[in-house]
Design a protein around this ligand. Structure first.
Ligand code: NAD
Length: 288
């Protein structure tokens, strides 16, 4: 991109993301990505596979889109299978891990990505809306992390594969720290993920298990379509993003690959904000 183009903030072009070169950073590793048939999870699954990991593509509905991700990985020479399971259901999660261990032998990387919103003004929010979001976004991450930790501890470090006995990467959100009126259940779930992960990282670090979060800002996926699909909505969104572009799923895919690889071996218990500066309080750039 011509640097001069940056001078006029109104005419910044859409960004063309460069392809990630194949480096086989994760060769021989087995990964499970929850909610991998859409948006961020899909990109994470493709990037992990690109670096040589075998990937379980978890999904809860829409067999065709899960198959499409598996086929895409296979087409590029990778190895993947799809497993259907609701991450908020203990029995389904346990049976998904049993199937993975049977098929792949073990797990090295868990990406706890599945998540949803069910928005309402606080005084209109039903208990069902509250429970749904907490059950998927927080309890779902607990159930999957618990199964992964059990296998990481059982197997321990295999140094030819990785310096660590296992890695968990949670897809949290900027809303683990930014309050979000009208979305209190969602913000509470992500705040919960933050302290669950930091506490878990502290507990399992002696076993050489690393637990980190990636906290996306606004990423162009179906979950937040209304925030970017019209020019007016996109312009409004840019007021919150100093870097002046929406995030793309590949921005998250690449961050997850790094946190899953030995390149980040001394990183444990962090929240990595991938948000174009959304957490920099952009309103203070000219105010305050
Ligand atoms: P998305 O709607 O495209 O993907 C969410 C995925 O989770 C889907 O595949 C969905 O089927 C799956 N899912 C939902 N409930 C499930 C369940 N019970 N069991 C298994 N899978 C289930 O949205 P996305 O933006 O890709 O969201 C992925 C994650 O990123 C979520 O945790 C979300 O909170 C987080 N996030 C997204 C953004 C963003 O701007 N897109 C920002 C911050 C955080």
């Amino acid at each position: 991109m011509n640097p001069e183009q940056h001078n006029n903030l109104d005419t910044l072009p859409d960004v063309v993301m460069p392809e990630c070169p194949q480096r086989n950073l994760l060769r021989g590793q087995k990964a499970l990505v929850t909610g991998a048939n859409s948006g961020i999870g899909r990109s994470v699954a493709l990037y992990l596979a690109k670096e040589g990991a075998d990937v379980v593509v978890n999904y809860v509905f829409d067999d065709a889109s899960a198959k499409e991700v598996v086929d895409e990985i296979k087409r590029k020479g990778g190895h993947a299978i799809a497993i259907k399971a609701d991450v908020s259901n203990e029995t389904e999660v346990q049976s998904m891990f049993a199937s993975m261990l049977e098929e792949f032998g073990t797990i090295d990387i868990l990406v706890n990505n599945a998540g949803l919103q069910s928005d309402a003004a606080f005084d209109e929010m039903t208990l069902e809306q509250w429970n749904k979001v907490i059950n998927v976004n927080l309890t779902g991450q607990f159930l999957c992390a618990r199964e992964a930790i059990r296998e990481f501890k059982r197997r321990g470090v295999i140094s030819e594969i990785s310096c660590a006995a296992g890695k968990i990467i949670s897809i949290s959100s900027v809303h683990e720290v930014i309050p979000w009126g009208g979305h209190v259940n969602y913000a509470a779930s992500k705040g919960g993920v933050m302290l669950m992960n930091k506490s878990l990282a502290q507990e399992v670090a002696p076993y050489r298990i690393r637990v980190n979060s990636v906290c996306p800002g606004a990423i162009r996926t179906p979950i937040n379509r209304t925030a970017w699909e019209t020019p007016e909505a996109y312009d409004d969104l840019m007021k919150l993003i100093p870097y002046n572009r929406i995030g793309e799923p590949v921005d998250i895919g690449r961050a997850v690959v790094w946190l899953a690889s030995d390149d980040s071996d001394y990183i444990n218990g962090i929240s990595l904000f991938v948000d174009g500066g959304m957490t920099l309080y952009p309103g203070f750039a000219e105010g305050g």
